[in-house]
Design a binder for this molecule. Structure first.
Ligand SMILES: C[S@@+](CC[C@H](N)C(=O)[O-])C[C@H]1O[C@@H](n2cnc3c(N)ncnc32)[C@H](O)[C@@H]1O
Length: 239
């Protein structure tokens, strides 16, 4: 009988922010598949779960999912990943795919899932949700994401200014993911919009080198890591 592939969100960094179900399935797995964006990279998700693993018994498989815009060039990587996973499952092995935060929020898992549906429709998939970096950052900053009838938007910071401005105008809270490469532009935009004081910068939340700043001036250039986000609140009464 073919096994189910479990896509497990392992949370933002602190291993204690993993669900009990996720931890149980990872311990029981024969094969742990983890994505990396670059061959030289060690998987962040793998680091989060390392205390649960038994390398002598379990096979750890790293799949390359280059960090490029989705397109034909990337299809081959997803196809290879889907084919290898389908092969493990067909052998009756218990396979988990681990991913940072939650699998349904800007996760490479979603490309794999689409590929599995297209070319390996026999594979059953179950998502085990995880704590997102957004929730973890709001928690560490003691900041509400949404109160009462407020509106919340989560966007890549790489959007052009016009679309970001529309979001700042339309939503009470805007979370900007992947902010590290565009930080100077975002900072200038927030200053122009009079929102520079209403921001929390959160970097590597839940990890030993976590930083939470409530002012953009406090953000040091070497803190602009891939694992960084900004939460922008229209009003700053709760800070
Ligand atoms: C590809 S998305 C993955 C999001 C993830 N699936 C989630 O649920 O949080 C990567 C972006 O998530 C944010 N991120 C992920 N983990 C983070 C952490 N521990 N601290 C701060 N931001 C984080 C950063 O903005 C990063 O650029």
């Amino acid at each position: 009988m073919i096994q189910t592939l479990y896509a497990i969100g392992v949370g933002p960094g602190d291993p204690e922010l993993m669900t009990l179900k996720g931890a149980r399935l990872i311990r029981a797995a024969d094969v742990i598949v983890t994505p990396v964006g670059d061959r030289s990279e060690t998987s962040i998700a793998l680091k989060i779960v390392e205390d649960l693993l038994e390398p002598a018994r379990q096979q750890i498989v790293t799949h390359l999912y280059p960090m490029k815009r989705p397109g034909a060039e990337l299809e081959t990587f997803w196809q290879n990943s889907a084919a290898e996973i389908a092969g493990f499952l067909a052998q009756g092995l218990r396979v988990v795919f681990i991913t940072l935060g939650d699998p349904s929020l800007y996760s490479t898992f979603l490309y794999l899932y689409r590929q599995l549906q297209q070319s390996h429709a026999e594979v059953l998939v179950e998502i085990v949700p995880g704590v997102t970096s957004v929730n973890a950052a709001a928690g560490r900053a003691m900041l509400p994401l949404a109160l009462g009838d407020e509106r919340l938007a989560i966007l890549p910071a790489t959007y052009e200014n016009e679309r970001l401005e529309q979001a700042f105008d339309a939503f009470d809270t805007v979370v900007l993911m992947k902010v590290h490469r565009v930080f100077p532009r975002i900072r200038a935009l927030l200053e122009d919009k009079g929102l520079a004081e209403n921001v929390v910068f959160a970097r590597r939340v839940g990890m030993p080198d976590e930083r939470i700043h409530r002012s953009l001036d406090a953000v040091q250039p070497d803190e602009l890591d891939y694992l960084s986000l900004l939460i922008v609140r229209r009003s700053k009464e709760e800070k």
